[in-house]
Design a protein around this ligand. Sequence first.
Ligand code: 4AD
Ligand code: MG
Length: 465
Amino acid sequence: MEKIRRTTIKELLTHPSEHEGSKVDVKGWVRTRRGNKNVQFVALNDGSTIKNLQIVFDLSKISEEQLKQVTTGSSLHVQGLLVASAGKGQSVEVQADDFELYGTAPAETYPLQKKGHTLEFLREKAHLRPRTNTFGAVLRIRHALAFAVHKFFNDKGFYYFHTPLITASDCEGAGAQFQVTTLPLDNLPLTEDGKVDYSADFFGKMTSLTVSGQLEGELGATALGCIYTFGPTFRAENSNTPRHLSEFWMIEPEMAFYEIEDNMDLAEEFIKYCIGYAMEHCADDIAFLAEHFDKELPERLDFVLKNDFVRLPYTEGIKILEESGKKFEFPVYWGVDLASEHERYLVEEHFKRPVILTDYPKEIKAFYMKLNEDGKTVRAMDVLFPKIGEIIGGSQREEDFDKLNGRIQELGLTGMEWYLDTRRYGTVPHSGFGLGFERLVLFVTGMQNIRDVIPFPRFPNNCEY
Ligand code: 4AD
Ligand code: MG
């Protein structure tokens, strides 16, 4: 092979005129091969774009025998002239002069044959599914969204603040933590009264994987002003739903001097920015997913971008649900934690647009939320989305030391002295929220199951790779 600099397929297809007429060097995986006795066509994909590059093999120059192992899934290095293509479906193609086969993919064993695999089947082969069109599209969109998150906050002057993954506190108080320990589980050291002796554990106390970086994020915000976190989050809830993962990524902005209204404005602007960014940078991938899975996807994305989110107090939301005349599986009454069917009724049937529900009963929300003057509700805000339900959970925080400490005592939380210091010293009104990154990816890709928008999903009874 000649020494020519390799070009990505994305580059060739985005700027064909810059390369047409010259000899190019491309590398990738074979998606399909077809043709006749005179000519063979290979669709080559290198992951840089959903689009394949057509490679034309002239059988008078390259023998059929040489091409025998060029089958779906094999990996190739090809050199040849980039020319305008006569065939439909592509503007340019490569007339192969020379090629080398990096690796074969025998059809008898390679699981990803041309077409027609269900998402369930691909979940069983999650280690190979990134090579399919569908997962290539999802993963490129996921990347674009992650990049958009950083760009949005950086451009606004927020600082990316790293909160720990191993922690000794339980932010959400939901008791859904994975414990972290080096103690021998089959021979635990015990204290005199028969309890596990955590002083002998690695950190000298009981520790877990984080369920949220918020509490540490508040320390950042009360020093740097506006921060955001973006990291893995772990929850040991036994929720086998299409919207829950045991390991997911969460983005948690936290802002000093923000009241609940500022928090809602930011949440709405942020989500719209991320969706708009993906629509602009991943048009091909979104079009592919729309065509194959969800015809209404582009319309739904556009609709969310162009319409204001409804802002509605929980109490009014309950009223709407009660008066809907709809038979829900779970009962509706003031004080209930809304089920997904209730959230989706408000969003999809009643308002037909995203809803920010505020001022929830304090009993169903976390201890750190600011108490309203009614003494019954807190300044919570959940952003509810079509098809998804809750995509963001957030609140204004209780900045009053006595009220916060009272709530901590009431709930019997311990080890919170460091957190209370934010209210002891220079306390300020502040707010924040958490966006479940995979729920955003779910919305933007139109996929149905959260296990299909993260490369290696973790859920109850599943931890492959
Ligand atoms: O509503 P949550 O529990 O809020 C918090 O953790 C706050 N500390 C956030 C904050 O105010 N800084 O979780 C926030 C979001 C949810 O709205 C949801 O989108 C996502 O995280 N989420 C999950 N996503 C996937 N799988 C799970 N098991 C999730 N649990 C929550
Ligand atoms: Mg929540």
